[in-house]
Ligand binder design. Structure first.
Ligand code: GTQ
Length: 344
């Protein structure tokens, strides 16, 4: 056992005043705040946002606030540990539900943080990234990486809702977050790369690897993902089928800081993953079940979203066949060389 560290109160008042005047503070009373023993003590608390609660609020935002006055019409999912209004769902993951109405456009901008959209509801919306028009079908992942121009549009007839996942909290912390605005992009008249260059797993256009775009594939169609998971579940071992979304040219995670997986749980299947040093968010594409996260029970249904702090104890159980998308910051932690998993 290490000795109890000294407190501020033990120090004479004149010494404390002199330190304050000099613009310094003693580390030792605060040492354990920044370096707790054994594992981090996250501020983040498990959160759960039911789509049934969010949907009417989003649709009302559509009545109350025209897209021109919102730029992005989004309700932000605030980490319960940081309180309402927190612009983050975990330490590193920002989540927001975005609404676009038929005929609307969200103006083109470019920013330092990276985003991934998970399509939740509706048809006919698209995102344009780097001139490529990306149709958005429920369950699709659409990337708008940092530094890439993007705007959104909607040719359909019903409201469209999607989940934005961004690494924004990191950029805010680093004082590195900013955006620039520009005119809507001209759209190239051809299908996106998921339908052309990267149509089949294991095949990429033949060229020097260094000539590929940094982000070669901006859309991951749900139909491909679901088919892959079903084959994994049928012919894999009996663990939960889970697949990483990767850059098809490099095999690396799709974004520098955030990673994404798709999971399939069969009816009645449970899953108790190892404790992970990354924070995580789960979005239910379809299905029903419950998860216990650090003792908090979350009963989830289609289109719900829930979160887990770093090193959370997580137990999932599906009542019916369920597909989940998991967001995490393992890529960042691996770059910083501290990603860790601990057996239960
Ligand atoms: O669609 O570009 O939820 O820039 C937050 C910031 C969405 C977007 C968000 C953004 C966007």
């Amino acid at each position: 056992m290490s000795p109890q560290l000294g407190t501020l109160e033990e120090l004479p008042q004149d010494y404390r005043d002199a330190m304050t005047a000099a613009g310094v503070a003693p580390l030792w009373p605060m040492m354990r705040n920044v370096l707790p023993h054994g594992r981090p003590q996250p501020q983040t608390k498990p959160g759960h946002w039911s789509f049934d609660a969010l949907r009417p609020l989003l649709l009302r935002a559509g009545d109350l606030t025209p897209v021109e006055k919102a730029e992005r019409r989004v309700l932000v999912l605030s980490d319960p540990g940081r309180g309402n209004g927190a612009l983050q769902a975990t330490s590193s993951i920002y989540l927001g539900m975005q609404l676009l109405l038929p005929g609307e456009t969200a103006p083109a901008h470019v920013h330092t943080p990276s985003a991934v959209r998970v399509m939740v509801e509706g048809a006919g919306a698209y995102t344009v990234v780097d001139g490529e028009k990306l149709p958005m079908q429920p369950g699709d992942l659409v990337l708008t990486p940092g530094g890439e121009w993007h705007d959104h549009g909607h040719d359909g007839s019903e409201p469209v809702i999607w989940l934005d996942a961004l690494d924004l909290p990191l950029y805010v912390y680093l004082e590195g977050s900013y955006a620039n605005e520009g005119p809507l992009q001209a759209q190239r008249n051809r299908p996106d790369a998921a339908q052309v260059e990267y149509r089949a797993a294991g095949l990429v256009p033949s060229r020097a690897r260094s000539r590929a775009r940094r982000y070669p594939m901006m859309r991951y169609p749900w139909a491909h993902t679901e088919a892959a998971l079903r084959e994994m579940a049928r012919f894999g071992d009996h663990t939960v089928a889970e697949m990483d979304y990767i850059n098809p040219e490099t095999g690396e995670d799709i974004l520098p800081a955030l990673g994404f997986t798709a999971m399939m749980l069969q009816a009645g299947q449970d899953d108790s993953p190892p404790l992970r040093s990354c924070s995580q968010a789960f979005h239910v594409v379809s299905g029903r079940g419950h998860s216990v996260i650090d003792g908090k029970r979350v009963d989830w249904g289609p289109k719900d979203t829930f979160t887990a702090p770093v090193f959370a104890e997580i137990d999932h159980k599906a009542d019916e066949e369920s597909f989940l998308i998991r967001v995490h910051d393992r890529p960042l932690q691996e770059k910083l060389a501290y990603y860790e998993e601990r057996a239960r």
